[in-house]
Design a protein. Structure first.
Length: 249
């Protein structure tokens, strides 16, 4: 019986990829928690010291973050967090609200009990994480929840669009930077949206999802010193009927 030989180079590659993944998640968490903000340089030296590694796995992680859309690498220079203009928040929110409404509308028609159970599990994870004050982890699971809705519609093209704008959505959350108590209120709205999809109430689910997205933009506008006006899309929002939830918290 011959013993199986392990390629030392293969073992090294696996280890290096594992380390690169750790660095990737660490830097991503720094960004999503707001510890590094738009336009700021990624502290590569600090990351290298923390993990006791060379620059190679760090550059690999930064390349992945650039492909995702959170980081911009200046040629032969340094990497920085992508700066998201506050004025872009309205544009991204409007596009996102329409895509999210389409997504829940489709799933309200085609979704299975297993689909809605999986979404409720992600919603519970969001609730637990925001309860601990872990905003970065909450953003990660929140994104997974919204992506999962699109994925479970079975529409591959819709899901691909969601994947492409996911980084923009994360940057939008960071630009809006709502306080923890307001973020908690929005996280707590997920179960009501899922409940209406499970009931096959397409219109109410879509209404709640649009409101879920656009109200965050309004809270951001009102929190700024110059204030702002309500989003025009709210003027044509449908009125909830008596059996629709008036409080989505």
């Amino acid at each position: 019986m011959t013993s199986e030989t392990i390629d030392p180079q293969a073992a090294f590659t696996i280890e290096r990829q594992s380390l690169s993944e750790q660095v990737y998640r660490y830097i991503k968490r720094l960004i999503l928690s707001g510890q590094i903000t738009g336009g700021e340089r990624i502290p590569e030296e600090r990351v290298a010291q923390r993990f006791g590694v060379s620059r190679t796995p760090i550059r690999e992680a930064l390349k992945r973050l650039e492909q995702y859309g959170l980081v911009y690498i200046k040629p032969r220079s340094y990497a920085e967090v992508v700066y998201f203009e506050p004025a872009e928040a309205a544009h991204v929110s409007v596009v996102r609200a329409q895509l999210e409404a389409l997504s829940v509308g489709l799933l309200a028609v085609t979704g299975t009990e297993a689909d809605f159970d999986a979404l409720e599990d992600l919603a519970r994870q969001c609730d637990l994480l925001i309860g601990k004050g872990d905003i970065a982890a909450t953003f990660e699971i929140d994104s997974r929840l919204h992506l999962e809705i699109a994925k479970r519609t079975g529409n591959r093209h819709l899901y691909e669009i969601f994947e492409k704008i996911d980084a923009k959505v994360q940057l939008l959350r960071l630009a809006i930077a709502l306080p923890l108590d307001i973020l908690t209120r929005y996280v707590n709205q997920h179960p009501a949206i899922i409940r209406e999809m499970r009931r096959r109430d397409k219109e109410t689910a879509q209404h709640l999802m649009r409101k879920h997205i656009l109200d965050q933009l309004d809270d951001y506008r009102w929190s700024r010193p110059e204030g702002g006006s309500r989003h025009p899309a709210h003027g044509c929002a449908k009125t909830l009927d008596k059996r629709s939830p008036t409080n989505v918290n």
